[in-house]
Design a binder for this molecule. Structure first.
Ligand code: EPU
Length: 334
């Protein structure tokens, strides 16, 4: 396996952080995955994996191999009146997969249109938007298990999906996703519960394409584009807290966004808490909170992982002081 020396990752992370790796490698076939780990072990090199780099904060230097997942391919495996089973390779771009299914009139993934990143990364943090998440239609995935040293198929129950969480996120670095299988149910049931989509309900002849177009439009109207304003999407998870922790917030702001969760818990909106703490548009050195959406951290130019850490610490401290609620970061620091 050819290793690339002094690999520049600046164009491989959507926060546009300047980052280099001692070596780089392209994983473009399933066989390349075990081959890379064998070679790295023989040479005593650490390996870390990157998809599109849309949910990571990269340190300036990495003394090992950064492997880019680029395995391509997608196919319909089977279909009948109850649904369609599709398989997609880990290196495919998630949005292109969504557009490919929707383009064939197949519904199920349209609410997840426009999310940056690769298909292989999607189940790791169980990407979600507009009332849907990748776990909904998840059937199984094929991954290289670095502990066992072989390929393993993980099914939905084994994945232990949660809000922005899965087995793969809980055991970082252990599994390298090679491909996933998703089931698109028939007949198509549009998921229009989320504000912004609800007005499509009842439209005669509604298609998955119309829903996808609306989702893409909503995202463009709300979220800064990483191509012009480098960012990693939502930087904090929406905090899920005990009722007692949410009570003071709701007593002061009865209209604050809050969603009941199983077990008497309440999901608050991190974007709302950050905005109410006066931090929307706040900048700290070269990085800051987006003026468009308070949940998004933007690199205005030349920022580093340490700048991002300092900003995140300031946001966490300010929100705790104001509301007594602790925020947790969504991206992975590598
Ligand atoms: N809000 C504010 N100020 C802001 C932004 C939002 O007050 O600056 C309020 C909104 O008014 C709304 C609430 O916060 O009442 C929720 O905002 P929004 O609908 O934009 O969704 P979100 O909870 O901030 C989540 C996901 C997004 C996903 C959207 C849409 C998380 C951490 N984020 O954001 O996912 O696109 O819902 O479904 O769950 C991502 O994970 O990277 C991501 C972008």
């Amino acid at each position: 396996m050819p290793l690339i020396s002094d690999f520049d990752l600046s164009a491989h992370n959507t926060l546009a952080l300047r980052a280099r790796s001692r070596f780089g490698a392209l994983l473009d076939t399933p066989e390349a995955v075990p081959a890379l780990f064998e070679e790295a072990e023989a040479k005593g090199l650490a390996v870390r994996l990157l998809g599109s780099g849309s949910n990571v904060v990269l340190s300036p230097e990495f003394d090992g191999v950064t492997a880019l997942m680029t395995i391509a391919g997608r196919a319909i495996l089977s279909e009948d009146e109850t649904g369609v089973l599709i398989e997609v390779a880990a290196g495919e771009i998630w949005h292109d997969l969504v557009a490919w299914t929707v383009g064939q009139g197949l519904g199920g993934l349209e609410n997840l249109a426009g999310i940056p990143g690769t298909a292989g990364a999607a189940p790791v943090q169980n990407i979600g938007a507009y009332g849907a998440e990748v776990a909904d239609g998840f059937e199984s995935l094929l991954a290289y298990d670095r502990v066992a040293g072989d390929m393993r198929r993980l099914t939905r129950p084994e994945m232990a999906f949660g809000y922005r969480d899965s087995l793969l996120k809980q055991q970082p670095g252990r599994f390298v996703v090679v491909s996933l299988r998703l089931r698109l149910s028939r007949p198509w049931q549009p998921n229009l519960r989320f504000a912004g989509l609800a007005e499509l309900a009842g439209s005669a002849g509604l298609t998955p394409l119309q829903v996808m177009d609306r989702v893409v439009g909503l995202r463009q109207s709300k979220l800064p584009d990483w191509r012009t304003h480098p960012n990693a999407g939502s930087f904090f998870k929406n905090p899920i807290v005990e009722e007692a922790e949410a009570a003071p917030v709701l007593a002061e702001f009865p209209g604050a966004p809050a969603f009941a969760q199983p077990g008497g818990l309440v999901k608050l909106s991190a974007g709302w808490l950050i905005e109410q703490s006066g931090l929307k548009g706040f900048t700290l050195g070269p990085v800051g909170i987006s003026a468009r959406h308070a949940l998004v951290v933007v690199n205005h130019g030349g920022g580093s992982a340490d700048d991002i850490r300092a900003l995140a610490a300031h946001v966490r401290a300010t929100v705790v002081a104001r509301f007594g609620v602790t925020l947790h970061e969504e991206p992975v620091f590598l």
